[in-house]
Design a protein around this ligand. Structure first.
Ligand SMILES: C[S@@+](CC[C@H](N)C(=O)[O-])C[C@H]1O[C@@H](n2cnc3c(N)ncnc32)[C@H](O)[C@@H]1O
Length: 219
């Protein structure tokens, strides 16, 4: 168990993992790897939200089984994924171990960043740790580890849309930071970020939840 993490949080995410189906091996366009910010297949913006990634040091917070990060590795990024649940590191290594420039660690996002001495060019999270960590702690440490001018971006379900989400049901011991884009923008500015943009990516079908996508630049 990562140091300082509650048994409940790790256990809850391990239970969640057992109920999560692996991503398809190919998307609608016939690609073997791809980037998806949303909870809907073949939908929304891709990795270009992050800017150029070739040769850049990229960190994903709450990387799950690593599919988004694997895509960035195929584009030439030097990637590290951090996830609280030990089984996610194993699953990601098994699936993507053949790719170079890609590593996975088991740790709490804040603790990993706190212990890290290096710096990153891009930090992001897709329905991951930014949704479950106190931004008062996480954003300052992300800012500290990001090179100036670098991108920090994250997505999660639009506010109020997740009451039936499996993470809520199976990991309900966990506090979810469920806020609108403007609230996140304020926290980011307080932590030293600028050029903050946020918006809802509408769902592909009416009546289904959209996705909040937030992007900021370390100043
Ligand atoms: C809903 S899943 C999303 C996984 C992946 N990003 C994806 O899009 O498939 C959330 C992930 O965040 C991880 N997580 C939750 N809290 C975390 C924390 N404090 N530090 C690191 N990872 C965390 C969980 O273990 C889980 O794998």
């Amino acid at each position: 168990m990562p140091e300082g993490s509650s048994v409940d949080a790790v256990g809850a995410w391990e239970r969640y993992a057992t109920q999560t189906r692996p991503r398809r091996s190919m998307n609608a366009a016939g690609a073997r790897t791809w980037f998806n910010w949303t909870q809907h297949a073949d939908h929304g913006p891709n990795e270009t939200v992050l800017g150029a990634v070739r040769g850049r040091a990229v960190l994903e917070l709450g990387s799950g089984s690593g599919a988004n990060l694997a895509h960035l590795a195929t584009l030439g990024a030097h990637c590290i994924g951090v996830d609280l649940a030990p089984s996610r590191e194993n699953a990601a290594r098994q699936k993507w171990g053949y790719l170079s420039n890609l590593d996975f660690r088991t740790a709490d996002a804040v603790e990993f960043l706190d212990a890290s001495s290096g710096s990153f060019d891009v930090v992001y999270s897709v329905f991951g740790a930014t949704w479950f960590c106190d931004p008062g702690k996480l954003f300052h440490i992300v800012h500290k580890r990001l090179a100036r001018g670098s991108v920090f971006a994250f997505s999660h379900a639009a506010r109020g849309a997740v009451s039936t989400d499996r993470a809520t049901v199976t990991a309900k011991a966990l506090m979810r930071w469920d806020h609108p884009g403007g609230w996140w923008a304020q926290r980011l500015v307080e932590a030293g970020f600028g050029s903050v943009t946020h918006g809802i990516i509408p769902a592909p079908t009416p009546g289904t939840p959209g996705t909040l996508l937030v992007r900021a630049v370390a100043t």
